[in-house]
Design a protein around this ligand. Structure first.
Ligand SMILES: [Zn+2]
Ligand SMILES: [Zn+2]
Length: 201
């Protein structure tokens, strides 16, 4: 059995032109996460339920996919920035997963993230670089391997992550992801893209 992959909402980030002349104080940034849905049998995963202009941008596409918020079994945080976590509580029954552990109600399950299987076709991969706590979600689909990751902000780069202080680590993580020969990369703040020789490493 393989997983299915659906983008619920496409993110954007502070590097977009819409943020020209915004200083983050008087003029706030516009930021939204790319939020995705993975289904593998009984496992229903929302990846990076973070900042969006309106929660409807997550919930309406989920309803279109025929899934209620109560049916979501798992939520994955690619890392611990609020733009990727803010709306986790939309899914009252979901376990949450990050680099350290899985969390469900008041239970904290320590485990290594690398290779952790959420389901037969969905697993986690440690990919530090944007922050030291980054994980990517790897899904085997009928179209090939899909990797959901903040190792890239979008298909447009930037090649050097402006918020990272570990550029070598990020390059190593990008190589680790590309070694999986993904059919599709789902970046933190943009549309899914097919990696090619122009994909920055
Ligand atoms: Zn971040
Ligand atoms: Zn981000």
């Amino acid at each position: 059995m393989t997983a299915t992959f659906t983008v619920l909402t496409t993110g954007y980030d502070s590097l977009d032109t819409r943020n020209a002349h915004r200083d983050g104080k008087e003029k706030p940034w516009h930021v939204a996460s790319t939020v995705s849905l993975l289904c593998d049998g009984d496992t229903i995963v929302v990846v990076d339920p973070g900042m969006v202009e309106d929660r409807k941008l997550i919930l309406d596409p989920l309803a279109t996919a025929g899934i209620s918020p109560e049916e979501v079994t798992d939520v994955v945080f690619s890392h611990h920035h609020p733009d990727h976590t803010l709306n986790a509580a939309l899914f009252p029954h979901a376990r949450a997963h990050d680099v350290w552990a899985a969390y469900h109600n008041n239970l904290w399950y320590d485990r290594p993230a690398d290779g952790y299987q959420l389901s037969p076709s969905i697993r986690l991969l440690e990919t530090p670089g944007h922050t030291p706590q980054d994980i990517s979600t790897v899904a085997e689909t009928t179209e090939g391997t899909v990797v959901l990751t903040h190792a890239w902000w979008s298909v447009h780069g930037p090649a050097e992550d402006p918020t990272s202080d570990d550029h070598e680590g990020l390059r190593a993580s990008r190589r680790k992801i590309l070694a999986l020969k993904p059919a599709l990369v789902v970046p933190g703040h943009g549309d899914p893209f097919v990696p090619d020789e122009n994909t920055p490493v």
